[in-house]
Design a protein around this ligand. Sequence first.
Ligand code: BTN
Length: 247
Amino acid sequence: MKIKNIIFPSSLFKKIFYYKSLDSTNNKAFSLKPTYEENFIVITDQQTKGKGRYNRTWYSPKNENFYFSLALFQPKMEYHQLLILTSLALLQTLQLYNQKLRIKWPNDILYTHKKISGILIENEFENSILRFSVIGIGINVGTDFSQNKELKDKAISLKYITQKKIKKEILLNQFLKFFEEYYTRYEKYKNEIVHEWKKSILYKNKVIHFKIDKKDIFGILKRINNDGSIIIKGKNIESRYSFGEVQ
Ligand code: BTN
């Protein structure tokens, strides 16, 4: 990866750290935190313990895909807002390569039901105020998942759905442009961002299989709220969820 091709300094991130291999870019961001006071980015070519949501591992082979974390001090917004703007910025970046991509609530980017990108946000709070956030992003860029028994029905890479050449440093530039715009002007654009995010979410009015705390729920995805939560209609009642996973 050619770090010098990344447009820096950006208005939001002051430093970029690149490593050939790490356990996880999120973990590295937390360990670098005591040394820095300004927002920074961690990038690697390989993760030996890539973390996914719900304690899963994130498949992170050397060079094939893209793994990075954004470290933000005092985000000045709530966690769900960060989640919404990140997934929309990521979707818009990846849609530059393929228009058919959509979001599976809350923040997976899918191409025809297969995952192309995931986000793991880890936070530190102080008196319920967000003090430090690490936004970890994994983008499947080049892995040929058709050879992977476990993941072939669940994951796909950008390379296999685009005619365009993919360069990770260009991908990061594109993402940072969207992200910075949304992040720095969130107050002003909040309504538009939330509206766009809601519009991009899959399975509205469809029966979904939803998992929360190991409980399986089947119902219709009725509504997505401005606070990022969803309403699922079961047999007789509608329930609201802020966490959990659409299967
Ligand atoms: C998910 O969909 O389960 C979230 C996946 C997040 C993966 C990224 S890769 C870079 C960053 N470092 C990690 O250990 N995880 C995130």
